[in-house]
Design a binder for this molecule. Structure first.
Ligand code: PLP
Length: 560
């Protein structure tokens, strides 16, 4: 018998299983990893998300790198169990029925965390309302706000309809779920027979709410015009209390969540600092993200850790003992990962990469602030490094959001660079980056590259996936890498800490690190390179995992 859940984790996207396209990138993968670790740790948790019956999307790239999208349909009935409960919401003055589907995530010790997928695709709903839970991050602002009503308000009501009466903490993973606080406030007032929002009612809601922000700049906040909010939500007393849900005359989900939570955190130390400045609030804490090690360790490393470190899956900090693993065994496990990646690339694209060549990997959402083309800024310089210092090849992947024209342009730019460099540096761009490809790439490359514009990378997690597979990062000092980088020990930095971005200077720092340190070490001092690989496991995987992260949420936010 599982303990009755007291923590409800709300998230717009979640990577529960590689076969369920219900996530777009790092935020959803983090949610999935958090829930997997919650199950490992027997946290009494229930998770709420939307069904996304048509998924995020399938990415198609033509020979010029032009992206088109098709819906990612999936077998909902095959993976999830339908629950009989129904609740109703009012959206645009219409009644909208919501149901939930369940999947359970099982932890190392057998404990289970249910994940509830909300669904409005019911025959009793109007045709346009049936589509509200179809497309992750699809549609316009109105569609998004309707989705947030389903997630926040529908989620609270469904938990109650399903008998989850002991929830003492509602955790909002990003502001998309902030309307749950509006619903809790409405219920608190109605229970007390109050028609006006009182400080007492606000305090009661705040005690229950926890907010994790992932957005380091105001432009990234989820905001809606108030006229739109009134059309969608109708008159809503709680929303009209100035200052609680609004900021600069807009419904602002970040500020709403901030105002109605007793514990608020950013997702890395640096991001905590940036958030405190942005919100003018000293009370924003930080909990640095992690990854679920058993999910992201490739089969070869799984087997290696099983052989040398008993119980590592239930005690992630014990990966520090990877310091005793003979380096040759790490080399052999890595070579197996590299072969698996290259076989996969061969079958996907027909391109045969060379297993003896230093391979740089880059995979994440294709969007401007991540600067995917920084490495390609000076093709002549890259060519010189490859010809004079040592050969390298590059594996890219990433989807641009369908409306992100700048992101799509960057993918086309990369395809042009691939052509320009053809005879000197082999570069491949793999379509449809997802959990599975992410796992193969973070384990099978020799170096994991990240070049965001500081301070835009709130945390970043793909470098942590690389670390558990002994792959060092080369990254701008932003997000988690400010904490994770020990130069020449766990990987390498691009540029100095705490500086704003300067593209030419960052590109120069990237080239010189490759030219003077990494490429020479890889070919001329492979034993030293192997020690850095080991350092990534010992010092970074043992810490940047969701087991440590979940422990921090438990002590700071859930049971405090
Ligand atoms: C881990 C992961 C991400 C996040 O990568 P970052 O480098 O942290 O942006 C995005 N997409 C997928 C499929 C992932 O597995």
């Amino acid at each position: 018998m599982e303990p009755r859940p007291t923590v409800a984790y709300f998230t717009m996207e979640i990577a529960v299983d590689p076969r369920l396209p219900t996530y777009s990138g790092g935020l959803g993968v983090l949610a999935g990893d958090a829930v997997r670790s919650a199950a490992d740790l027997r946290v009494p948790m229930v998770t709420v998300t939307l069904l996304h019956r048509r998924g995020y999307f399938v990415q198609h790239l033509d020979e010029l790198g032009r992206q088109t999208e098709t819906p990612a349909r999936w077998d909902v009935e095959g993976f999830l169990e339908e629950l009989p409960a129904r609740v109703t919401l009012t959206i645009h003055g219409r009644s909208v029925a919501v149901r939930a589907w369940r999947r359970e995530v099982e932890g190392v010790g057998g404990a289970r965390v249910p994940v509830l997928f909300l669904d409005t695709d019911l025959p009793e709903n109007a045709p346009q309302d049936r589509e509200l839970t179809h497309y992750l991050y699809g549609g316009d602002r109105r569609y998004r706000l309707c989705q947030e009503v389903v997630l926040g308000v529908g989620g609270v009501r469904l938990l109650q309809a399903l008998g989850y009466h002991d929830i003492t903490r509602y955790h909002m993973n990003e502001g998309h779920a902030a309307l749950l606080a509006a619903e809790l406030l409405r219920q608190t007032m109605s229970m007390r027979g109050e028609t006006r929002v009182t400080d007492d009612a606000i305090a009661a809601v705040r005690r229950k709410c926890v907010f994790t922000t992932h957005t380091p700049v105001p432009a990234g906040h989820d905001v809606f015009p108030l006229d739109l909010a009134k059309e969608v939500l109708g008159r809503h007393d709680a929303l009209e209390v100035s200052g609680l849900f609004t900021h600069d005359g807009l419904l602002n989900m970040t500020y709403a969540a901030l105002n109605l939570s007793h514990y608020v955190n950013g997702v890395a130390k640096r991001h905590g600092e940036v958030s405190r400045k942005m919100f003018g609030s000293e009370s924003v804490d930080s909990v640095t993200n992690g990854v679920h090690l058993a999910t992201w360790a490739a089969p070869a490393f799984h087997a290696l850790f099983d052989r040398y470190i008993e119980g590592w899956k239930a005690d992630n900090a014990s990966l520090r003992f990877a310091v005793h693993i003979p380096p040759d065994e790490i080399r052999a496990a890595h070579q197996q990962c590299k072969r698996e990646l290259f076989d996969n690339i061969k079958s996907r694209t027909g391109v045969a990469l060379d297993a003896g060549t230093l391979t740089i990997g880059y995979g994440r959402r294709a969007t401007a602030y991540k600067r995917p083309t920084l490495l390609m800024d000076d093709p002549a310089r890259l060519r010189r490094i490859a010809e004079r210092v040592g050969k390298f090849q590059v594996v890219y992947a990433g989807k641009a959001h369908p409306n992100d024209q700048a992101g799509k342009e960057l993918v086309r730019d990369l395809f042009r660079s691939i052509g320009t460099l053809r005879d000197a540096v082999q570069v491949v761009y793999l379509p449809n980056y997802d959990m599975g490809l992410g796992q193969l790439m973070t384990a099978g490359c020799d170096l994991w590259l990240n070049t965001p514009e500081p301070p835009m990378e709130a945390s970043g997690t793909s470098g942590m996936k690389a670390a558990v597979n002994g792959v060092p990062s080369l990254s701008v000092l932003d997000g988690w890498w400010v904490e994770g980088c020990i130069e020449d020990v766990t990987g390498w930095s691009i540029g100095e800490p705490g500086r704003d971005h300067d593209r030419p200077r960052d590109a120069e720092a990237l080239y010189s690190k490759l030219e003077q340190t990494i490429v020479p070490m890889y070919y001329r001092d492979p034993a030293r390179y192997l020690r850095v690989m080991q350092g990534a496991i010992v010092l970074n995987a043992s810490f940047f995992n969701t087991e440590r992260m979940m422990h921090q949420y438990i002590t700071k936010a859930y049971f405090s």
